[in-house]
Design a protein around this ligand. Sequence first.
Ligand code: ADP
Length: 315
Amino acid sequence: MENMIQVRNLVKKYKKASEAAVNDISFNVREGEFFAFLGPNGAGKSTTISILTTTLSMTSGNISIAGFDLEREANKVRSNIGIIFQNPSLDVELTAEENIRLHVSIYGTYKFRPFYQMMPIAYKQRIEELAEMVGLKENLFKEIKTFSGGMKRKLEIIRGLMHNPKILFLDEPTQGLDAASRHSLWEYLNRIRIEENITIFLTTHYLEEAESADRICVINKGKITMMGTPEQIKSELMTEKYMVIDANDKKSLKDELSTLGATFIETVQGIKVVYQDPTPQYLLSGLTTPLTKLNIYQPTLEKAYLDLVKEGDEL
Ligand code: ADP
């Protein structure tokens, strides 16, 4: 199967809302792909992921997940997906393993047994394998009231993967975690992705988190504004590369720039020269006029993304 997720003309308009929260979006996610849905708060990410995971109805559109129609075959869709949502719904009075046991029996993956020892071998193997993968093996039989935020998130990952789903949906999975826990969670998620050949659909408003995705889809105000590999997104976002130079002999400098075919304007700070290459080296090496000033500006991806999101606000 080529597309694990296929979304066509998805629209969601909440009751009483004047505008659609998701306004006619279409995209595909390939098998094994790590797909990041990136956008600021209120962009429509949660709405989309809730529809894709069958917890919210759509206003119109066509969606297929793992080859099943979302509306007609919702149960088949559910059995093929794992979900990790923002707000953990774990029972703190239970141990990590008891939380998982309860979950799999509610979802019908395994029958409930009052003791771990009585659970089928397949269950024990799967939970231990996953606990090992996310680094929670030592704590599997401990009550989770002592767990840190990062450990709870890892437990949710185990829970989301117990039934061997083909697709894992992660809704802002590192929300509220510190930098170290975020980093370690991503290490484990990448490992799982490779070992389980799982398709990942991630929503985030952190650009840095989307950077290791295969493809990024930027959403703002319910519309897709950009889609491509992180490299493509970067080159599209980072158009404004320039340097500001100056010289005592301004005229000679400007003549040289014209000869080189450079695009430049005079500003109060000096002469602003736009360059296309990754570095302005090719321009600088062509200049012989002694410079009194040289400042190179290369916006970071984060800055470029924030600018883009801000632009959307002004529309
Ligand atoms: P994100 O997850 O990107 O922050 P959401 O999907 O939560 O964005 O929200 C998209 C838009 O839909 C926002 O304008 C939000 O206010 C609105 N919205 C979200 N949930 C509801 C709801 N239950 N009822 C009405 N409007 C909603």
